[in-house]
Design a protein around this ligand. Structure first.
Ligand SMILES: Cc1cc2nc3c(=O)[nH]c(=O)nc-3n(C[C@H](O)[C@H](O)[C@H](O)COP(=O)(O)OP(=O)(O)OC[C@H]3O[C@@H](n4cnc5c(N)ncnc54)[C@H](O)[C@@H]3O)c2cc1C
Ligand code: SF4
Length: 430
């Protein structure tokens, strides 16, 4: 059987590994270790913050090793998961189909979305569990004719404790994340090596011959007939660069900014994260307890239960790049204008809740949906392989997305990764 190497176990990596195993002998190389949720209750970070010991978001990995933070040169906080399950382990579980940009270049993933619908427990049956704050916000959104809609969630409602800690890793296993696809691939015989960062693709006669991976003296060459990179929107460009493959300075990240205020017994930290959302031109709005701002932002001083917060998630311009460990990503003039317009809507919403503008404060500008550095074009619609890659080297993550979604991308990345897997099976299996 031919060998396939899959790099990364997040949304794209796990989906493509599951698709390939059986037709290929799949070896999965993962930079991080096995994911573990943050088990601490909030009192420890609260105490550390009071002591002034939580001052830089990058320090979160000391408490929560799978959550990794980089700061852009401009100060934006970029969040990702390094470990089994990738960033899906930190997700709030939203499952939206966002393939407008892919359709526009001739890629129709109806079949793959239908498969995902059957494979993943997705439900909007959580409205009955909403607390008073969420219900009140929902009514205000409705009064303002913003047309809020409950968000479909990848989770098993029967085992969900509604604890509000989805972004810290689900303690009960109720939330679906890509480790379920990873385990399906492993059950069928795929092999996984963790703590094994891939450094570069190795080429021979114009084809990918395998990858160089591992730490220090343990670095070695892993041969393969096909290589699939799915190290995420920030990880894959680093591997491409060290493999001598150029990419576009077209990074998008879907920046997030929260507008918040003190609010007694808001209890959003114990509420389903992002219970509903509103789709607007260029951004979405959703109630969201922002743990990172709560841990690290000095303006967030009220107790966790006494903050009300609304998230703006922006569909940003494709402008930015990854250079070694550095990420360059500035908001464009248009991004800033849209963000300001969205913040005004949030101020209006909180104002209607009876909150004075002078009491409101912002969260830290952060982002967790990086992608777009080697996007698919209409010429790649059949192969799903950007033409500058050799014929046996594929990508299967957010790097391929042609535009910022400004929306949860997991489902769309997995649909794309499944199709990539099918194409590889068709063209390369025995
Ligand atoms: C707090 C938060 C909440 C979110 N909530 C949602 C949500 O509700 N719904 C939604 O759709 N999206 C959500 N997202 C975004 C979503 O999780 C990501 O966009 C998605 O997981 C990206 O998939 P990917 O396959 O591109 O990369 P990832 O899922 O990040 O996977 C990349 C994988 O590659 C590994 N890796 C990296 N470098 C290397 C290397 N050199 N060698 C080997 N392995 C490597 C990583 O460890 C990881 O396993 C959220 C993001 C954040 C930060
Ligand atoms: S609310 Fe809590 S129990 Fe429910 S899916 Fe999220 S983390 Fe898991």
């Amino acid at each position: 059987m031919p060998t396939a190497i899959v790099v990364g176990t997040g949304a794209g990596g796990a989906a493509v590994a599951k698709e390939l195993q059986g037709s290929f002998d799949v070896l999965i190389l993962e930079a991080g270790r096995e994911f573990r949720p943050l088990s601490l209750d909030l009192r420890l970070p609260e105490r550390l913050k009071k002591l002034g010991l939580l001052f830089d978001e990058r320090g979160i990995r000391l408490l929560f090793p799978s959550m990794r933070i980089q700061k852009t040169r401009e100060g934006m906080v970029l969040v990702r998961g390094i470990g089994t399950g990738g960033t899906t382990t930190l997700a709030t579980g939203n499952a939206l189909r966002c393939d407008r940009g892919l359709k526009a270049i001739g890629i129709d993933l109806d079949v793959e979305f239908a498969e995902l619908d059957r494979e993943i427990p997705i439900s909007i049956a959580h409205q009955r569990l909403w607390n008073e704050t969420t219900q009140r916000l929902f009514s205000v959104f409705q009064e303002m004719a913003l047309e809020p809609r409950p968000l479909p969630k990848m989770r098993r409602n029967e085992s969900c404790r509604n604890c509000g800690r989805c972004v810290l890793g689900c303690p009960s296993g109720a939330k679906w994340d890509s480790r379920e696809f990873l385990h399906a691939a492993l059950d069928r015989g795929a092999r996984l090596i963790t703590n094994c960062p891939v450094r570069a693709v190795v080429f021979k006669n114009g084809r990918a011959a395998g990858v160089a991976a591992g730490h220090g003296p343990r670095r070695r060459f892993y041969p393969a007939d096909v290589v699939v990179l799915a190290a995420g929107g920030l990880g894959t460009p680093v591997i491409l660069r060290s493999s001598g493959i150029p990419f576009d300075p077209a990074l998008f990240v879907d920046p997030v900014l929260c507008v918040a205020a003190p609010w007694d017994n808001a209890l959003q930290q114990r509420e389903i994260s992002m219970p509903f959302a509103v789709q607007r031109e260029g951004y979405i709005l959703s109630p969201y307890f922002d743990y990172l701002s709560y841990f690290f932002n000095r303006q967030w001083t009220s107790g966790a239960g006494n903050i009300i917060s609304l998230m703006i998630k922006l569909a940003d311009a494709r402008s930015g790049t990854v250079s070694g460990r550095k990420v360059v990503k500035a908001l464009t003039h248009e991004d800033t204008r849209t963000l300001k317009a969205a913040a005004d809507v949030c101020v209006d919403i909180l104002g209607r809740m009876g909150i004075r503008k002078s009491d409101m404060f912002f969260g830290t500008l952060n982002a967790g949906h990086p992608g777009g550095m080697l996007p698919l074009t209409s010429e790649d619609a059949k192969t799903l392989r950007p033409s500058r890659l050799p014929e046996n080297l594929f990508l299967a993550d957010a790097t391929l997305l042609p535009e910022s979604l400004g929306n949860p991308p997991i489902l769309t990345i997995m649909a794309l990764a499944k199709r990539v897997g099918k194409i590889i099976r068709r063209d390369f299996s025995d």
